[in-house]
Design a protein around this ligand. Structure first.
Ligand code: AMP
Ligand code: ZN
Length: 139
């Protein structure tokens, strides 16, 4: 547990939340500023800052919880679909620096305000970029 971490405090039961799931390693609770009805956060009990900071074993336990909670929400709310969001770093919008997955239920015809705006790619730019970040050559 990390001092001054709100999600560590929630996981320890020191700060109240609307909990909907708990097991040995994770909890899920309603987001206090929901992007849509039934917006849930899935949080590991162990503190890690973000995806890159998380041990593989923790992720191997956590991702199935995200799947289980999402499947439950789809039936129990019910909703028509859902987005999984996971912010890493302030530039990406992370405000609580304890790893968490957002499950944002989606309802047909309703905008949750989280859509990407695609733009047409420049093929030369993609080619240069792909060469720069290609991971297949051993590094
Ligand atoms: P992020 O921007 O990905 O770091 O998301 C953090 C989320 O935590 C935000 O959507 C907040 O609304 C939510 N949040 C912060 N404090 C609480 C709290 N005490 N209970 C429930 N959700 C919270
Ligand atoms: Zn924490």
């Amino acid at each position: 547990m990390k001092n001054d971490c709100i999600f560590c405090a929630i996981a320890a039961g020191e700060i109240p939340c609307f909990k909907i799931y708990e097991d040995e390693n994770a909890i899920a609770f309603l987001d206090i500023n929901p992007a849509s009805r039934g917006h849930v956060l899935v949080v590991p009990k162990e503190h890690c800052r973000n995806l890159l900071d998380a041990p593989g074993a923790l992720l191997a336990q956590l991702v199935p919880v995200v799947q289980k909670v999402a499947a439950h929400l789809k039936d129990a709310l019910p909703c028509d679909g859902f987005n999984i969001l996971q912010n890493n770093g302030e530039a990406a919008g992370q405000t609580v620096h304890h790893l968490h997955f957002h499950i944002v239920p989606r309802y047909a015809g309703q905008n949750a305000g989280i859509d990407f705006t695609p733009r047409k790619a420049d093929m030369d730019e993609l080619k240069t970029l792909a060469a720069r970040i290609d991971m297949r050559n051993g590094d």
